[in-house]
Design a protein around this ligand. Structure first.
Ligand code: GLY
Length: 567
């Protein structure tokens, strides 16, 4: 039976700027080893270097995030934002650091509509108008000052080296740059740094980013003063405005990270700690798990089990559309959404033999987000842990790199609902809770998550736009079945997001017999042309004394588990 959060909010939005540190099951002792799983081996190595220098998991998170900003310029970066879920082993506190980007003050509700009221997607995806005010630099400073033990000069050193000396591209880089070649080629700086002869470079190309190295050095030296209020701020604003944007120096100076209370709930004997708004992740995940807890999944055959999971996804994603947005701007009926009686009500028309048509649910729409982003997971020897999902939205963000900064700016403005009922890239529609407003944070799907059972601790998350939440759900169900991190990251993926009313599944992800069984229940299936997601998971088995980490086989990440050197 589900117990809804000991720490649930009242029914309305969250208080701004509060520091709420939530106590969850504290472990008496740590695993005695360190573990990192990230989307890039050099980012994992950066975290290892910092842990070996005596840092804790939070210092490692700064190092990994900064290195990913350099080596995965299509996924995340200091021109973007993200979420960090942090666990302090000493007192069992969990807290959620919200470094989501904010809309500039000159943003307006209809800023992406033309004179006929038609949505112009190009404006919300490419160029200066697409970029929201970055949060990641402020997050790195905040983590270092509030949770870490080492100075930024030490934790940012690996990323600075990587930017100055360069990194070698892989197949994923070729894919991402190929997907965004046209937009990258329109920005003279992006063209120069990220393309070769105007095209995506072949694997093995060295990408050197000296301006980014200098920007990171300045962050280490002045704690973000120049980035948010000084010379770099002036370069950023000039670059954005030259690219058609509306940023001002005041927008950068006004940016603040928030520490928020995570979503906490129980699924059987597993405590789920996950992302609160402005991410939809934790709420949708817990809503789906609340529905699923009503069924004996182990007793169902595979087709019936998938059917029930798909129906839970459908109903939980519907609520994403209807209710969720920036909690500082939108009243969210959090207690109701997370309540087990509400899950019973959602499941009342869940027929084990037939798909529920989405248009038979109360109408509303939502829109998901872009296709890139990144995630990493860390546990240190003491048991401190971090799950961080970071983004600049679609690959290479807005593709704007303001001259002199090396900073790839996000296009997170496209995560807002630009116009009610207008389908986005994924065919979904949005709602008023996620409408554009000055200084507002766009709704996210990023779902950094901890899973804590009496025996095991899991740390997981993934990129993947709207599919992030369904991937974390599938990973959590694998964990609940006793799966190790390899199984969690390797599980076949399927997805339902309410609208479009179809089950998306990754290439070769569902066996023919399973597809037939789902179609016989009335589901429309849509094979996604390639695999998706890039999950990074760690599992610490406290009883067995094992610590394991795994990077998604679909990506090019690197995971590492090692014992600290003797002092
Ligand atoms: N831009 C991806 C997300 O926030 O969900």
């Amino acid at each position: 039976m589900i117990r809804i959060p000991r720490f649930a909010h009242a029914t309305t939005g969250f208080v701004c700027a509060v520091i709420l540190l939530v106590a969850t099951a504290a472990s008496a002792a740590g695993p005695g080893r360190h573990a990192i799983a990230s989307a890039h081996p050099q980012a994992t190595a950066a975290g290892r270097e910092v842990l070996d220098a005596g840092g804790n998991a939070f210092d490692a998170a700064v190092a990994v995030a900064a290195a990913l900003a350099v080596a995965e310029p299509y996924s995340s970066g200091i021109g973007g934002g993200g979420f960090f879920l942090l666990h302090h082993a000493d007192d069992g506190r969990d807290t959620f650091l919200d470094a989501r980007e904010t809309a500039p003050a000159a943003a307006t509700h209809d800023m992406y509509l033309d004179e006929n009221g038609e949505f112009v997607r190009e404006r919300s995806l490419n160029g200066g108008l697409a970029a929201a005010i970055p949060g990641l630099p402020a997050a790195l400073v905040h983590i270092a000052r509030t949770h870490g033990t080492l100075p930024l000069a030490r934790t940012l050193a690996p990323a600075i080296r990587l930017a100055r000396d360069g990194f070698l591209t892989g197949e994923r880089y070729r894919l991402m740059a190929g997907y965004r070649t046209e937009a990258l080629a329109r920005d003279p700086i992006a063209l120069q740094i990220f393309l070769r002869d105007g095209a995506a470079p072949p694997p093995g190309t060295r990408i050197v980013q000296p301006h980014l190295a200098r920007t990171l050095e300045s962050l280490a030296a002045d704690g973000g003063e120049s980035f948010y209020r000084g010379d770099i701020a002036r370069l950023l604003v000039a670059g954005v405005r030259a690219a058609g944007g509306i940023w001002t120096l005041d927008d950068l100076a006004a940016y603040r990270v928030r520490e928020r209370e995570p979503i906490v709930a129980d699924y059987h004997d597993i405590q789920v700690v996950s992302a609160p708004p402005p991410s939809a992740g934790g709420i949708v995940l817990v809503e789906a798990l609340n529905i699923l807890e009503r069924y004996d999944l182990a007793a169902l055959d595979e087709a019936a089990r998938l059917h029930v999971v798909i129906e839970a996804m459908r109903r939980a994603y519907r609520d994403r559309a209807d209710f969720l947005g920036d909690p500082d701007f939108t009243d969210i009926p959090l207690a109701r959404l997370l309540d087990e009686d509400y899950a019973a009500w959602l499941a009342r028309d869940l027929d084990l033999t037939r798909a529920t048509p989405s248009d038979s649910l109360p109408p509303i729409g939502a829109r998901p987000e872009g296709t890139d982003t990144t995630h990493f997971s860390v546990i240190d020897a003491a048991g401190n842990r971090v799950a961080a999902t970071l983004s600049i939205n679609t690959p290479f963000g807005s593709t704007v790199v303001p001259p002199g900064t090396g900073v790839v700016l996000n296009n997170e403005m496209d995560d807002f609902s630009a116009r009610p009922l207008t389908p986005n890239t994924y065919g979904l529609v949005g709602a008023g809770a996620n409408a554009i407003a000055p200084a507002k944070r766009p709704l996210s799907s990023m779902t950094p998550t901890f899973l804590v059972s009496p025996r095991r601790v899991g740390v997981l998350g993934t990129p993947g736009g709207s599919r992030i939440i369904s991937m974390v759900l599938i990973g959590a169900l694998e964990f609940a079945r006793g799966g190790d991190p390899q199984r969690m990251v390797g599980a076949s993926r399927y997805h339902h997001q309410y609208l479009p009313d179809q089950v998306q599944y990754e290439r070769d992800g569902l066996a023919p017999a399973l597809r037939e069984a789902l179609e016989a229940r009335g589901h429309t299936l849509d094979e996604v042309s390639r695999n998706y997601g890039n999950m990074q998971a760690i599992v610490w088995d406290r009883e067995a004394g094992t610590l394991e980490a795994a990077s998604d086989p679909r990506g090019e990440g690197g995971s590492d588990v090692w014992a600290p050197a003797a002092p």
